[in-house]
Design a protein around this ligand. Structure first.
Ligand SMILES: [Zn+2]
Length: 319
C-alpha cells in the first residue's frame, strides 16, 4: 500500500476510534457483584454506604443502609426527600438525584433510619462539583421556530414535572435492569446549554442518538406507561414509570406503540424514532427523571443497582 494510503487509513481509523469513544458507556455485565462503597459510616449498629463518585449537577448516586430493626429510612438532600426501598440482600437502598441547576458547593445529606428503639441519623457532607456542560446552537426550520417560545417549554416541563414527581411505591423494573433504548452511539449529551436559532437558551434534559426515522425504540426497563401522546417540544412522546420515582422518556417518535396505563416489559418496542416536535433532524431523545428531576441518563446507566426486593439475583446494567 502506498504511504499516502496508509496515512489516510490511519487517520480514518483514529477518527472512527475517537468518535466511538467519545460518549461510550462502560458496560457492566450480569451478574455483577455489588461494588465496594465509596464511603462508609457506622452508627448504633447501622452501616451507611455511599456508592457514587463526586456528583455534579444532574448526577445520581446510590445509598445503602444495613443493620437490624430498620422500619423505614429516608435521605434529605437539597430540599428533596428520597425514600429507601428494601432489596433482596436484606439492605435498604435509596437513589439520590441532584437537580441539574444545583450550584456547585458542599451540601448536607441527612439520612434518617427509623427503628422501634429510636431514629438513627447520619449527616454526610456532600460536595457537588462543577459539571462540564457544552454549549450548542440548534437551528430549527421556519415552520418550527414558534417552538422556541419559552411559555411552551415552561408548560411542557411543568406537565412532565407533575407526572414524574408521582412515586409508585414499589419498584416496577425487574432483574434485567436498565439498558439503552437503542444500540447506536450517543451524540448530544445531557445538560448542554442550547441556544435556539442563536436566540433563547435552553437546557438539554436527556441524551440524543442519531437514528433514521422508523428505527425501533426499546423500553429501557420494565414498568408502566404513564403518558403516550403528542407534546409540543418532545413531539410523539412515551413516558414509562419504573417505580420509586424513576421514569424514562422517549421523544420525537414517528410512531407510538404503547398506550398510557399499559404494562411494558424491558426491551419491548415502544415506538419508532422520528423527527416530531422541536427537532431539526431525525433522532431519538431519551431522558431519565428521578422524583421530578432530570438526571444524566448515562450516569444512571453506569450505576450499579440492586434487584428489587422479592426478585432473585442482582439487577445490573447490561450496557
Ligand atoms: Zn435531545
Amino acid at each position: 500500500m502506498p504511504p499516502s494510503r496508509v496515512l489516510i487509513s490511519l487517520l480514518i481509523c483514529l477518527r472512527a476510534c475517537f468518535a466511538a469513544a467519545q460518549y461510550d458507556i462502560a458496560p457492566i455485565f450480569q451478574p455483577a457483584p455489588r461494588p465496594a462503597p465509596t464511603s462508609l459510616r457506622l452508627a448504633s449498629d447501622l452501616r451507611l454506604e455511599t456508592h457514587f463518585a463526586p456528583l455534579t449537577p444532574g448526577g445520581v448516586g446510590l445509598l445503602r443502609l444495613s443493620g437490624g430493626g430498620i422500619e423505614r429510612a429516608r435521605a434529605d438532600f437539597h430540599g428533596a426527600v428520597f425514600s429507601f426501598f428494601p432489596a433482596d440482600d436484606g439492605a435498604y437502598y435509596a437513589l439520590i438525584a441532584v437537580d441539574m441547576n444545583t450550584h456547585p458547593r458542599a451540601y448536607p445529606l441527612i439520612v434518617t433510619a427509623e427503628r422501634a428503639s429510636g431514629d438513627v441519623v447520619f449527616e454526610v457532607p456532600l460536595r457537588i462539583e462543577s459539571g462540564a456542560f457544552i454549549t450548542q446552537n440548534l437551528v430549527l426550520p421556519g415552520n418550527r421556530v414558534y417552538l422556541t417560545d419559552p411559555a411552551i417549554e415552561y408548560d411542557e416541563l411543568a406537565r412532565l414535572s407533575a407526572l414524574t414527581a408521582l412515586v409508585s411505591p414499589a419498584p416496577l423494573w425487574d432483574a434485567s435492569g436498565f439498558e439503552l433504548p437503542h444500540d447506536s452511539a450517543l451524540t448530544t449529551p445531557f445538560g448542554d446549554f442550547r441556544t435556539l436559532n442563536e436566540g433563547r437558551e435552553s437546557r438539554h434534559t436527556g441524551w440524543d442518538q442519531n437514528l433514521p426515522t422508523g428505527s425501533p425504540v426499546r423500553a429501557m426497563a420494565s414498568g408502566e406507561a404513564r403518558f403516550a401522546g403528542m407534546l409540543d417540544i418532545r413531539g410523539n412522546y412515551a413516558l414509562i414509570d419504573h417505580g420509586l420515582g424513576i421514569y424514562s422518556g422517549y421523544a420525537h417518535l414517528s410512531e407510538l406503540h404503547v398506550e398510557a396505563g399499559q404494562r411494558v416489559e424491558a426491551g419491548q418496542i415502544i415506538g419508532l424514532s422520528g423527527n416530531t416536535g422541536r427537532s431539526s433532524a431525525p433522532h431519538l431523545h431519551w431522558e431519565i427523571a428521578i422524583r421530578g428531576k432530570w438526571v444524566d441518563g448515562s450516569a444512571f446507566l453506569e450505576l450499579w443497582l440492586p434487584a428489587p426486593g422479592g426478585a432473585s439475583g442482582d439487577a445490573n446494567r447490561r450496557q
